[in-house]
Design a protein around this ligand. Structure first.
Ligand SMILES: *Cc1c(COP(=O)(O)O)cnc(C)c1O
Length: 367
């Protein structure tokens, strides 16, 4: 039995007609960019996130970049972010001209370690940007408390955490703003690029809506140095249909994760763990192993797809060599980068597929 890493067709096929209709409607009204489908999705997505606003944009990276700009981040500012994340978190900071200041992550949850933040704060710090890595909310209460005490803005990188909750509150509503990605493989994926910023702050909303549309306040009157960052009408239509199924898909991912947990219980320390009550939405099912090369070779040989998220922490990426960090700077992030293997994870994983993955994993060397 061959097990894929994710199966986008399994999700598309049952929705084929409904999604076709939503796309047709956009074509029939020529509302290719923004328009009614995007407005409707923004309204529904804000409601799902427990915010007053959602602003649709053309990618998750842009969502973070515009949120940073709205917070006043620019050349001379510093933004604190975790050393273990996808490159986009740091690239969004880089695009504003500001400096990323990485901190280490927690060894149990792999998200930003609140205890590491205060030592990284300087007079230039403007924003703390925690990442809900793999779909698990960062420990937001201590992060928010530190931010309030130092007058800093908190922007959640929620690109992997649609519908995740922290102590009962939805991700996207925890900080001052949040950036979501609708890259096709994300928990809520468009059929192309897409992203959104969620916030309940009217000033940030106004700035971001202006920035995403060339900084226009009236047509051809450009108050801000803006961007072409609008969401496509077709993506709004697709996302509007798919959002209605997100809760069921999230339960599917959680059921699959629970299934792995039962079958792989003997690997205790290597399995995903949490510290606070909330919903991990398992964008990634991250397993920690000791000899990844041997382990992955065994999975590949047995046709169980797997991946690494991420092999190099941001502070050691060649493109950010200018930050000046050497190996050893953030030992927890570096250890995750060496040990992490992502197992197949999608809502439609069957018990038979879970059985097969577990069987291959438990027989693998390098655990
Ligand atoms: C996917 C992702 C992004 C970027 O989103 P895009 O839509 O691909 O631009 C940002 N941060 C994290 C943690 C991500 O996983």
């Amino acid at each position: 039995m061959k097990i894929p890493f994710l199966d986008l067709q399994a999700q598309y096929q049952p929705l084929r007609a409904e999604i076709g209709e939503a796309i047709q409607k956009v074509l029939d009204t020529s509302s290719y960019i923004l328009g009614p489908s995007v407005l409707a999705f923004e309204k529904d997505f804000a409601a799902a996130c427990g915010t007053t606003e959602a602003i649709g944009v053309n990618s998750g990276t842009t969502a973070l970049q515009l949120a940073l700009l709205a917070a006043g981040v620019g050349p001379g500012s510093e933004v604190i972010l975790p050393a273990m994340t996808f490159i986009a978190t740091a690239s969004a900071v880089d695009y504003t001209g500001a400096q990323s200041v990485p901190v280490d992550v927690d060894p149990v949850t792999y998200t930003m370690d609140p205890a590491a933040i205060e030592a990284a704060i300087t007079e230039r710090t403007k924003v703390i940007m925690p990442v809900h890595l793999y779909g698990q909310p960062a420990d937001m209460d201590p992060i928010l408390e530190i931010a309030r005490r130092h007058g800093l803005v908190v922007i959640e990188d929620a690109a992997q955490a649609h519908a995740a909750t922290y102590k009962g509150r939805p991700c996207g509503s925890l900080g001052d703003m949040a950036g979501f990605s609708f890259y096709p493989g994300k928990n809520l994926g468009a059929y192309g690029e897409g992203g959104a910023i969620t916030t309940s702050n009217p000033e940030f909303t106004q700035t971001i809506r202006t920035l995403r549309d060339w900084g226009q306040t009236e047509r051809y009157h450009h108050a801000l140095r803006g961007f072409n960052a609008r969401m496509d009408g077709i993506q709004g239509g697709v996302l509007g249909v798919k959002l209605k199924h997100l809760a069921a898909w999230t339960r599917g991912r959680q059921r699959a994760a629970e299934g792995y947990g039962q079958r792989l219980a003997g690997l205790a320390d290597g399995l995903p763990q949490s510290r606070v009550a909330g919903d991990h939405v398992f964008h990634i099912y991250a397993l920690m192993v000791s000899d990844r090369t041997a382990f992955m070779a065994h999975l590949i040989k047995n046709e169980v797809a797997c991946a690494i998220h991420y092999p190099v922490p941001v502070h050691l990426q060649p493109c950010f060599a200018g930050w000046g960090y050497a190996p050893g700077a953030f030992p927890v992030a570096e250890s995750i980068a060496q040990r992490e293997v992502s197992l197949p994870m999608f809502p439609e994983l069957t018990d038979a597929q879970l059985d097969r993955v577990a069987e291959v994993v438990l027989n693998a060397p390098g655990l």
